[in-house]
Design a protein around this ligand. Structure first.
Ligand SMILES: Nc1ncnc2c1ncn2[C@@H]1O[C@H](COP(=O)(O)OP(=O)(O)OP(=O)(O)O)[C@@H](O)[C@H]1O
Ligand SMILES: [Mg+2]
Length: 337
């Protein structure tokens, strides 16, 4: 399916640009010890996370595990039970909600996109709304029609077209791939790869996810959410149970074209740089945490704590040291790749 999609897009030849707006600050979100329980079920437990400008993070987990809930927590639409979320500066957020707003069915397609004007402005340049909509595979007749004449999948495509008219530097996409046809899926993939801002993405389309994200947050059950640098395929490789399945799929791939190979190499190089950057920040953060814990443990007052409390500190230090070794390994592997 992936190969089929790639061929179509290379035939189409995209010229569409994405409006990435102005840059946000380097830090997008810092999450510390986040906890959320819904109806007695732990959705997120003790989550620490740093999201930096240009990160592309995919959320992975079964239905009902809490992906949409975590996005809403990050967007501060939901309040956590405890923990902190620090939000960076100059953020312009666009949120593609899983439960989409009802479109005004009587409005014309082009009026909805351009708010009644004939032109929209992308990266400071005016573009005729009908030309813009052509990029999203709407012909001029459809552009002038009422939204009610569009199918469900076409209405989803229209919502995406609208999303990319807004200057934004943080895109939060909750299952944008549902009901999309193959061409739109490819178009969205290309747009997201070109996009310079930060992306948080939920999608059950694993190939799409893998092509777009550079790290994943995996819901591993009972509120445990673990970040893995690399995409879905990297995560699968680490999960040996799924390895055989993955290899079978890889070996059945037909040969890729030069365009596809170039794209793959470009995306891989960008990913590697982002991954290295991300691991470096995580190493620094873990080192700081370990250092402040060591400082506390070196104080005379530490020995006045109960045995239980001292044991907790020793375990925390062990866990941080293990995490540091794991991160150093990741860094070395990335550096050598
Ligand atoms: N408004 C709500 N009221 C009560 N329970 C809710 C509410 N929203 C979510 N939940 C519950 O919280 C849990 C997590 O839901 P959430 O929608 O975040 O999952 P998800 O991972 O996004 O699932 P999906 O893949 O199906 O979209 C589920 O058990 C769900 O039933
Ligand atoms: Mg959801």
């Amino acid at each position: 399916m992936r190969e089929e999609r790639s061929k179509r897009i290379s035939v189409k030849g995209l010229k569409l640009q994405v409006d990435s707006g102005t840059n946000s600050g380097k830090l997008v979100k810092e999450v510390i010890g986040l906890n959320k329980t819904i109806d007695g079920k732990s959705i997120v437990k003790g989550l620490d996370l740093i999201i930096q400008r240009s990160d592309r993070i995919g959320l992975l987990g079964p239905n009902g595990c809490g992906k949409s809930t975590l996005l809403k927590l990050l967007l501060e639409q939901l309040t956590p039970d405890s923990g902190q979320i620090k939000t960076g500066t100059k953020l312009k957020v666009s949120y593609f909600d899983q439960v989409r707003d009802q479109l005004d069915q009587n409005r014309s397609v082009k009026d909805y996109i351009a708010e009644g004007r004939d032109f929209i402005t992308i990266n400071g340049k005016d573009l005729h709304v009908v030309s813009y909509l052509k990029n999203f595979l709407f012909d001029p007749d459809q552009s002038r029609s009422a939204i009610r004449t569009l199918s469900g999948g076409e209405q989803n495509r229209l919502l995406l077209a609208k999303l990319f008219t807004l200057p934004t530097n943080l895109l939060v996409l909750d299952e944008p791939t549902n009901d999309l046809d193959i061409e739109t899926l490819e178009l969205l993939e290309e747009l997201l790869i070109e996009y310079k801002g930060t992306v948080l993405l939920v999608s059950h389309d694993r190939t799409f996810m893998d092509n777009v994200v550079s790290s994943i947050l995996v819901f591993e059950g009972e509120g445990h959410v673990q970040e893995y640098v690399g995409g879905y395929a990297d995560w699968v490789t680490r999960n040996k149970a799924e390895l055989a399945n993955n290899t079978a799929r890889t070996s059945s791939k037909p040969e890729e074209s030069e365009h596809e190979a170039n794209k793959r190499i470009k995306v891989a190089a960008q990913k590697r740089i982002r991954d290295l950057d991300k691991v470096t920040v995580q190493i620094e953060k873990t080192e700081q945490q370990l250092e402040s814990l060591h400082t506390e443990m070196a104080k005379a007052t530490f020995y006045e704590l109960s045995n239980d409390k001292q044991t907790v500190c020793y375990s925390q230090a062990d866990a941080l040291e293990a995490r540091l070794i794991e991160l150093m390994d990741q860094w070395e592997q990335l550096e050598a790749s």
